[in-house]
Ligand binder design. Sequence first.
Ligand code: SAM
Length: 168
Amino acid sequence: MSYLDKFIDRMMAQRVCLDLAPGIIQDIEGPILEFGLGHGRTYDHLLQNFPSRDIYVFEKMVSPNVFVRPPAALLFEGDIHETIKAAAKRLPRKAAMAHSDLGLKDRDGAVPIVASIIQHLPALIAPGGIYVSNTDISLVSGQIPPLFEQLDLPQLREGQYFIYRISV
Ligand SMILES: C[S@@+](CC[C@H](N)C(=O)[O-])C[C@H]1O[C@@H](n2cnc3c(N)ncnc32)[C@H](O)[C@@H]1O
């Protein structure tokens, strides 16, 4: 696969997951969390897929070139290592889903940030809610943490994109 093929493959898998999510969480109430706004492409797709839910965004620094800017009240601006710690206090209720696309390219750089996310997610996600990620969370300890169950979806190849159900 060329780098172009890999990029397109990742984007297609990402869209598959974001399109499957409304069905998977249809019985779970709560807002949606987006980790990594970037240009706002996936945020805009979440707005389209979840028109009646609030979407809270976690972003280190909002780009001046963002396509769609979240309302200030729904934005956690700053390093997610810090903002995720206090997020549970600010959210009106636990979320039904979090999607993470933080652009983590190398494994060593990803480990501390993924570790921080999986440590705090159980306090942020309602029982039965999901965590959708472009990063395999087992890279932190070599296995999937006990409260997370990886969903095996026929639409995805192994290792392409990841959906975990959280059972707290
Ligand atoms: C690949 S981009 C996201 C692309 C986005 N999903 C889209 O479709 O446009 C990754 C984003 O994550 C943000 N980010 C990376 N590390 C972060 C951190 N530690 N805390 C908060 N945001 C972070 C970057 O600033 C960047 O905007």
